[in-house]
Write a protein that binds this ligand. Structure first.
Ligand SMILES: Cc1cc2nc3c(=O)[nH]c(=O)nc-3n(C[C@H](O)[C@H](O)[C@H](O)COP(=O)(O)OP(=O)(O)OC[C@H]3O[C@@H](n4cnc5c(N)ncnc54)[C@H](O)[C@@H]3O)c2cc1C
Length: 384
């Protein structure tokens, strides 16, 4: 793409959906000399997921605000930055099996409703009517938010990057950040495999690799990689074309349409942390067992292929967004723990404002990287 300049106002490290959104929002606001440095290709990390869910169905108020803001931005994506990300607002349907989970969702639905999200609790029959693959005998109730859905993360990242470049940002791919140089506790330069760029502001948007970038600047970013896999059915033309994004809350098994296929996924409790992201098949028997309990017709569905990526986990499975307290002008937006696509537009807006010293639309202090040392985690129940 572009050549690495000798100096920049802001260096964004990472060209996934989060770094792309940050670059776009900075460039759109008129911040000069924004440079994105990406060691592979744009959306070559987790943001390369072929299709991703976007939802505001969280339990924590701040997560709901970030996600609602992002959903609104994805809804306007055709105008700004201008691309068809195939947003399909089929709704998220959380399938609930126990009275405890129903009570938990009743509480989070009340908070979502206060923030204008029209989530409601459905009976098993109503849930089955929306998602005919669901076994209504498998649940006590289900939580449904009609404005949630799915879209194309890689298309969104590419469009943000293109929009940022049209507004003057530079995007340097195949360029590995190797060192962040400090002088007197302040950012001085970023050294890369393509040379060095002098800069006074650095934003870490390196997803699962963020703790390495933080360490280069002496900032602790507690982000750990863990492989997560999805599988695609063979084409199933008879499947209803607009299934909700259906999640069995108890097992984390989920499914939704992906063109004429069904996408299936699940959190594998046996998965160890690490950077490996080859797709393998040993998780499929467990996936099929969970499918049998929730959506029996998917238990034996022929699968055609799969995809593996990395979740970027923090200790409380919530994002880190803010500015380091110890290193001046080192900012970060990372650790989204599997909901980075849901929150990337809002994260871009917030980092734009923190860079410019403007109060963001919401106070992100609770998401500071220091919260673990301070024993102040975020308590979010709707993590899958
Ligand atoms: C199977 C799976 C399903 C998922 N489903 C969903 C979903 O439904 N909804 C949702 O919201 N999220 C989902 N996620 C999570 C989502 O994909 C991530 O949260 C999101 O893509 C994170 O974006 P990012 O930009 O922070 O990270 P990434 O996309 O990983 O980008 C980070 C970039 O930093 C670059 N980088 C790292 N180190 C360096 C360096 N030293 N120098 C230069 N560049 C560097 C990397 O090359 C990479 O491109 C899913 C993830 C997986 C794996």
């Amino acid at each position: 793409m572009d050549a690495l300049p000798a100096r920049a106002d802001v260096v964004v490290i990472g060209g996934g959906i989060v770094g792309a959104s940050i670059a776009f929002h900075l460039a759109e606001a008129g911040v000069d000399d924004v440079v994105v440095v990406e060691r592979g290709e744009i959306a070559g990390g987790s943001s390369g997921k072929p299709i991703g869910g976007v939802r505001a169905q969280f339990s924590d108020t701040l997560n709901i605000q970030l996600a609602a803001r992002s959903l609104a931005a994805y809804d306007r994506f055709g105008e700004t930055p201008g691309a068809d990300i195939e947003l399909d607002q089929v709704g998220y349907l959380f399938v609930l099996r126990t009275p405890r989970d129903v009570a938990r969702f009743e509480r989070s639905i009340a908070i979502q409703n206060e923030h204008g999200i029209a989530t409601r609790l459905l009976s098993p029959a109503e849930a089955h009517a929306l998602c005919p693959l669901l076994d209504p005998g498998a649940c006590l109730a289900a939580a449904f938010s009609p404005s949630d859905g799915h879209a194309r993360p890689a298309v969104a990242a590419g469009a943000y990057v293109d929009g940022a470049r049209r507004r003057g940002a530079r995007v340097v791919t195949r360029c590995d950040v190797t060192e962040v140089e400090l002088r007197g506790g302040e950012i001085a330069a970023v050294h890369t495999s393509h040379g060095s760029v002098r800069a006074s502001v650095v934003v870490c948007a390196a997803g699962p690799w963020s703790s390495e970038i933080g360490a280069m600047a002496g900032v602790e970013l507690d982000v750990r990689p863990i492989r997560r896999q999805i599988a695609f059915s063979a084409p199933r033309p008879a499947t209803p074309a607009r299934l909700p994004f259906t999640i069995d809350y108890d097992s984390t098994f989920y499914f939704h349409n992906a063109g004429d296929r069904v996408l299936l996924g699940m959190s594998d409790p046996g998965q160890a942390t690490g950077f490996g992201r080859d797709y393998t098949e040993e998780w499929l028997p467990a996936l099929r067992r969970c499918a049998a309990r929730c959506a029996p017709s998917l238990a034996d569905v022929p699968l055609s292929h799969g995809w593996a990526g990395l979740y970027e986990m923090t200790p409380d499975a919530n994002a880190l967004i803010g500015e380091s307290r110890s290193v001046g002008r080192f900012l970060y937006a990372t650790g989204f723990s599997g909901h980075g696509f849901c929150q990337a537009p809002a994260a871009g807006e917030i980092i734009r404002d923190l860079v410019r010293g403007v109060p963001p639309f919401v106070d992100v202090t609770p998401l500071r990287a220091e919260r673990f040392a301070e024993r102040a985690p975020i308590l979010e129940a709707n993590i899958v």
